[in-house]
Design a protein around this ligand. Structure first.
Ligand SMILES: Cc1c2[nH]c(c1CCC(=O)O)Cc1[nH]c(c(CCC(=O)O)c1C)Cc1[nH]c(c(CCC(=O)O)c1C)Cc1[nH]c(c(C)c1CCC(=O)O)C2
Length: 344
């Protein structure tokens, strides 16, 4: 299948582009009334995510409505722990909850390494439908959580500001922690390979909780597992990989040495400094999502400043984290148009 708009993929591979490509983390869902209508029809987030036709529909919405240069498959990072044997609930406004958790070796022995083709077939089916329906208009991004971020949810059982239960385990029981991280890693490698086989054109690893670790802990409990994933994918495919480790400003140099093509940045990470620390890779980010609450003039100023500092090559415009649910879609559209109109 030949892509009509492959700007995003060319930028990811470090090839020359005519203009900067743009998409938004968490663009599928949350901000669009059209998403909320489909979610209403589905009845719940989980029903929506596990019904391939509906998941495909909301994946394509931002391409049609917002004009982004890439689609991201509608799913969640928490489908992996579910596939390993820990079901979750998505409580409206409160976020995910795991009724069962894993905090010791006995509980770990009860969970399995997920088999993507059988346990996550609904995501793979959604990818196949999206690829068919997009018909080459833009590339499709697959994704998974980084092992450490998944570990946080599996041990804590819900969201947290500090994830102190998860962090306590790293100190108190490193052997258990490594064993759980390895099981998650093995599941994730199988899952991302399956997403690529199903048609994903690039895969992104979200380490959303990277920033709660010290540099030493990050080096011990997160980075080696992300490295395993990048290496395993590089061995079997040429599909580019993006690593986004929110808050891990201290690890940029090491992340830049992974076998990935793109490094995602949050808004605390300076563009020029990041270019120095991460040579030879494409950078993605990093507008503060709160800029989209500002007026149009301010948005234009901030976005232009961002584009000027990153430059037009080896760069993918995005936010520094997911778009906030109460953002005005018109402001999102304005962000996208401003990027598309930019010339150096
Ligand atoms: C940490 C994390 C999660 N999920 C995800 C992350 C990593 C990225 C990040 O740091 O934001 C990733 C994710 N979750 C979702 C996507 C879909 C694709 C996209 O648009 O980017 C992606 C890429 C859908 C979703 N995942 C969720 C929703 C909202 C559920 C609903 O519709 O009620 C959507 C559209 C729920 C979810 N899922 C998660 C939480 C904490 C919550 C509740 C709060 C929230 O809305 O963010 C876990």
């Amino acid at each position: 299948m030949i892509l009509q708009n492959d700007l995003f993929l060319r930028a990811a591979r470090g090839e020359n582009v005519e203009r900067v490509p743009i998409w938004l983390m968490r663009q599928a869902g949350r901000i669009l009334p059209e998403y909320r209508a489909v979610r209403e029809k589905a009845g719940s987030f989980i029903k929506l995510a596990t019904t391939p036709e509906l998941a495909a529909e909301v994946t394509i919405q931002p391409v049609d409505i917002l004009g982004v240069d890439a689609a991201i498959i509608f799913s969640d990072i928490l489908v992996v722990p579910e596939a390993m044997g820990l079901p979750y609930e998505m409580a409206e406004q409160r976020g995910p909850v795991f009724p069962q958790i894993v905090r010791n070796q006995t509980e770990l022995d009860r969970i399995k390494i997920a088999d993507a083709e059988s346990d996550l077939a609904y995501v793979l089916d959604a990818i196949k439908i999206v690829k068919k329906e997009l018909n080459g208009r833009v590339p499709l991004i697959g994704f998974a959580g980084a092992p450490f971020t998944i570990f946080c949810y599996m041990t804590e059982g819900k969201g947290s500001k500090t994830f102190s239960v998860a962090k306590k385990l790293l100190y108190a029981d490193p052997a258990f922690s490594h064993a759980l991280l390895q099981k998650i890693t093995d599941s994730t490698i199988d899952y991302l390979k399956a997403q690529i086989r199903a048609g994903a054109d690039l895969v992104q690893i979200f380490d959303s909780w990277a920033g709660i670790l010290s540099p030493d802990q990050y080096r011990t409990f997160s980075l080696p597992y992300i490295k395993q994933i990048c290496d395993a994918l590089a061995e079997t495919t040429s599909v580019p990989v993006t690593v986004f480790a929110k808050g891990a400003f201290f690890a940029r140099q090491e992340i830049g040495q992974l076998s990935c093509s793109v490094v995602g940045l949050d808004w605390n990470m300076d563009a020029a400094e990041s270019r120095q620390l991460i040579p030879g890779k494409t950078l993605q980010g990093n507008l503060d999502p709160c800029v989209l609450y500002a007026d149009y003039g301010q948005i234009k100023t901030e976005v232009t400043k961002m584009l000027q500092t990153f430059g037009t090559q080896r760069y993918i415009a995005n936010l520094g984290h997911g778009v906030y649910p109460d953002t005005d879609p018109q402001k999102v559209k304005y962000f996208i148009e401003t990027v598309k109109e930019f010339t150096a």
